[in-house]
Structure formats: structure tokens, C-alpha cells
Design a protein around this ligand. Structure first.
Ligand code: HEC
Length: 95
């Protein structure tokens, strides 16, 4: 029973890691391609770690209102990753 619990925990961790990784790759691509038409990524970098998820949601929907091209699912990816990205995250802060 104990072994089983351990295995399923590892499985969840692995699954969690690969999902987070896939998400951040997709996020990097979206930020590079869709978020730089109007301002530099540094604008986004500056906001990392300062906004709740709810505030990111508001910012991203503002961007869409300004004209950013993101589907609903893409907005969700960007909100999820930006609200959990560490301050100075490479994919947002490096050119
Ligand atoms: C169509 C033009 C446009 C695109 C594309 C765009 N933005 Fe913006 N963004 C703006 C403008 C204009 C401002 C300044 C006005 C403001 O602060 O709301 C701004 C400001 C910001 C700010 C600082 C203000 C705040 O709400 O914290 C952040 C963060 C931001 N943008 C993130 C993003 C992200 C993430 C994307 C890609 C999903 C993006 N932007 C794409 C126009 C755009």
C-alpha cells in the first residue's frame, strides 16, 4: 500500500513537471510573438511578481482590447504562466 502511494506521488510529480514545462514553452512563444507588437517585453518583465493572477487576467484582457491577438485558450496560458513566473524569468526578461 505504501509502495503504491509512493508510485502514484512520483507519477503526479512527473506529470506536473511536464505539464508546467510544456506550458512555459508555449507561453514563451506566445509572449515573444504576440506581446511585443506595441511595447517591449521589458514592460511585462517589470510586472512579474507584482500582480495576482486576477490582475494578470485583467491586464491580458486589456491587451486584447487594445488589439493583441490571443484566443481565449491562449490568454489563459499567458495568464497562468505570467502569474506564476519568477521575477526576472528568462523567457520574459531576455530579448
Ligand atoms: C495592441 C497593442 C498591445 C499588445 C499586442 C500588447 N500590449 Fe501590453 N500594453 C499596451 C498598452 C497601450 C499599454 C499601456 C497602457 C496600460 O498600461 O494599460 C500596455 C501595458 C502593458 C503592461 C503594463 C500595464 C499593466 O497592465 O500591468 C503589461 C504588463 C502588458 N502590457 C502586458 C502585455 C502582455 C502580456 C501582452 C501579450 C499578451 C501584451 N501586453 C500585448 C498595448 C499592447
Amino acid at each position: 500500500m505504501k509502495i503504491f502511494r509512493c508510485l502514484s506521488l512520483t507519477f503526479l510529480l512527473c506529470l506536473g513537471n511536464s505539464v508546467a514545462f510544456a506550458g512555459s514553452e508555449q507561453c514563451a512563444e506566445l509572449v515573444s510573438n504576440r506581446c511585443q507588437g506595441c511595447h517591449y517585453k521589458s514592460r511585462i518583465c517589470q510586472a512579474l511578481g507584482k500582480k495576482s493572477k486576477w490582475k494578470w487576467k485583467r491586464s491580458v484582457s486589456n491587451m486584447v482590447r487594445y488589439g493583441a491577438k490571443l484566443s481565449g485558450a491562449e490568454q489563459k496560458i499567458v495568464v497562468d504562466c505570467l502569474s506564476s513566473a519568477p521575477v526576472g524569468a528568462d523567457y520574459v526578461c531576455k530579448e
